[in-house]
Design a protein around this ligand. Structure first.
Ligand SMILES: [Zn+2]
Length: 387
């Protein structure tokens, strides 16, 4: 495996794209949904489960691993891949989003925040975010950014954007200085992040500035993305034509519902991640529904005007396993689902029982289904695109 990163665009239909990413730890076929392993584990699953459900790349959170067990310890133990026993591609975020969620104190050079564990004070800057991600050693790392709140007015959003632009250049400089290599000596691709809140002219300004820098990939970040579908569509629409075709486009945090990923692919994005599918599984919401490749005949919105749409008999594509109607239902969660849980013959009735009795096995069985559902969805779109 070569010690470098590349992206090849393989097919395009409308704005939807299929591509191939290569990293030192293997390839990633896009579009791709990336399961989130916040603490270097996807809750309730092991590496064999992740391989079986077709995950090609797993995300871990720098902020959490910095607090426990510490990035230096992960480096000592051979880096994230060895530590997690996951030999395939990985991605870490810069910690910017978590620090923002904790109401960190932002100044010109970085963010000071309190640990959610013990209230102790810490500080992240573009340099520390680079150094921590260098120690962790993921194949794809993120520039440190100021994640803009939706409520930010134009003035605040512009100031945040200004910081993000400066921090993007500092992140690049730190990465160049260490020759783009992890502590374990493998190439780390650095992605830049477009911020700008819900102000479209700021988003376009950010896109122009980030896209002209020598990043390996371009990400779309912010509070809106993944949490506000209408806002996400507008932001994607406003920056799409400015994104370089020869780099991967990553919608950060998008993918809570199956329809979100379909929407993102329709709008030209290649990579998606969200804690939603695994968290929803643990809370009893199991995905059911189908991808449709036909153009919707009527009621078109920007969200479904692309190559794909998602239909489900359940609201937001979620079956609530706690409902009494499933207590004697002998069917799998979705009869034609190819996940290990449905294929093994576990019934809705049994999952209903495990959920109600809070049995630990429920978490694994449910998580495998929801994650396979999302990964399978991106696989189906990819097959249709490269056909
Ligand atoms: Zn299933």
């Amino acid at each position: 495996m070569s010690n470098s990163f590349s992206f090849t665009l393989e097919a395009k239909r409308g704005h939807a794209r299929a591509g191939l990413i290569t990293t030192p730890h293997g390839r990633v076929q896009t579009p791709i949904f990336m399961p989130v392993g916040t603490q270097a584990t996807v809750k309730s699953l092991d590496s064999a489960d992740l391989e079986q459900l077709g995950a090609e790349i797993v995300l871990a959170n720098t902020y959490h691993l910095y607090l426990r067990p510490g990035a230096a310890r992960v480096a000592q133990l051979g880096g994230l891949h060895r530590f997690m026993n996951w030999p395939h591609p990985t991605l870490t975020d810069s910690g910017g989003f978590q620090v923002f969620s904790l109401d960190g104190l932002i100044d010109a050079d970085g963010v000071t925040f309190r640990s959610h564990l013990d209230g102790s004070t810490h500080r992240f800057t573009p340099d520390t975010a680079d150094s921590l991600q260098h120690q962790l050693g993921a194949d794809i790392i993120m520039a440190f950014d100021d994640c803009t709140r939706d409520s930010a007015d134009q003035h605040q959003a512009a100031a945040a954007l200004d910081r993000t632009s400066r921090w993007a250049e500092q992140s690049l400089a730190a990465w160049e200085k260490r020759r783009r290599l992890s502590a374990q000596g493998s190439y780390q691709a650095l992605f830049g992040i477009i911020q700008g809140g819900q102000h479209h002219h700021l988003r376009r300004l950010a896109a122009r500035s980030i896209c002209q820098l020598p990043f390996d990939g371009i990400a779309l970040g912010g509070e809106t993305i993944g949490y506000n579908s209408a806002g996400t569509v507008q932001v994607m629409d406003s920056v799409r034509e400015l994104l370089p075709v020869d780099k991967p486009h990553y919608a950060m945090g998008l993918g809570r519902d199956p329809a979100d990923v379909v929407l993102g692919v329709n709008l030209g994005f290649d990579m998606f991640d969200c804690v939603g599918p695994s968290r929803l599984a643990r809370n009893g919401a199991l995905f059911a529904g189908r991808l449709s490749i036909e153009q919707p005949a009527q009621g078109q919105t920007t969200a479904n005007a692309g190559a794909f749409s998602f239909r489900s008999p359940y609201r937001r594509g979620r079956l609530s396993i706690a409902r009494q109607e499933f207590a004697s239902d002998r069917r799998p969660i979705q009869p034609d689902c190819d996940c290990a849980t449905c294929q093994a013959g576990y019934t809705r009735a049994y999952l209903h029982h495990l959920y109600k009795t809070k049995e630990l096995s429920y978490f694994r069985l449910a998580t495998r289904h929801n994650l396979r559902f999302m990964v399978g969805l991106t696989e189906q779109m990819r097959s249709a695109l490269v056909r």
